[in-house]
Design a protein around this ligand. Structure first.
Ligand code: AMP
Length: 193
């Protein structure tokens, strides 16, 4: 069975970790725009150079750049039967663009999962991660900016997908395993998988 899913949620809610676990269970690729950008930064591609200055400041990479990258990635063979998008769409124009990509391919979204988390909790998590991984965008001021940008630009997507009847909320607090169990139970209930 195929599934086209979006995982929404603030930075630090644990989307990346959970996306990989859920996608593996469903046998679909987890597509993380943040990971693709970071890989391009590491490889010093042109895309990476464009993306890096936005990422380092906690800002979003421009929609045209991000949309083109996702259009390419979801056209790969491994995504033919579905995918779990982690960190995309993040703006209203990205929502529209994804709609077009899917419509053109004769496909549609199955479900949008909002992984919820308390702001102070995610700041603490991100600061902890900064110490472990040394990500350039994990300093406290950049973290606060990322959360602000999320509130402004991405939080409105919750309403968009709620209006379409596609959104469910899952509590992102707790142990990794516990949250995965919650997510899988929610998917099972909604999609029978
Ligand atoms: P993430 O790992 O998902 O938190 O993404 C890290 C950074 O990559 C973000 O702070 C943005 O600068 C950039 N990024 C990732 N996904 C998107 C997106 N859908 N739109 C714009 N920028 C993005």
């Amino acid at each position: 069975m195929s599934a086209r899913l979006i995982l929404l949620g603030p930075p630090g809610a644990g989307k990346g970790t959970q996306a990989v676990r859920i996608a593996e269970k469903l046998n679909i690729p987890a597509i993380s725009t943040g990971d693709i950008f970071r890989a391009n930064v590491a490889e010093r591609t042109e895309l990476g150079q464009t993306a890096q200055r936005y990422m380092d400041a906690g800002e979003y990479v421009p929609d045209e750049v991000t949309n083109a990258m996702v259009a390419d990635r979801i056209s790969w063979e491994d995504a033919a039967n579905g995918f779990l998008l982690d960190g995309y769409p993040r703006t209203a124009p990205q929502v529209e663009e994804l709609d077009k990509m899917l419509t053109n391919a004769g496909k549609s979204l199955d479900l949008v999962i909002e992984l919820t988390a308390d702001t102070e909790e995610v700041v603490q998590r991100l600061l902890g991660r900064a110490q472990e991984q040394g990500r350039a965008d994990d300093t406290e001021s950049v973290i606060r900016r990322r959360l602000e940008v999320y509130e402004d630009q991405t939080q409105p997507l919750v309403d968009i997908y709620t209006d379409r009847g596609l959104l469910i909320k899952v509590d992102g607090l707790g142990e990794i395993e516990e949250v995965t169990t919650r997510l899988l139970a929610a998917l099972d209930e909604k999609l029978g998988k």
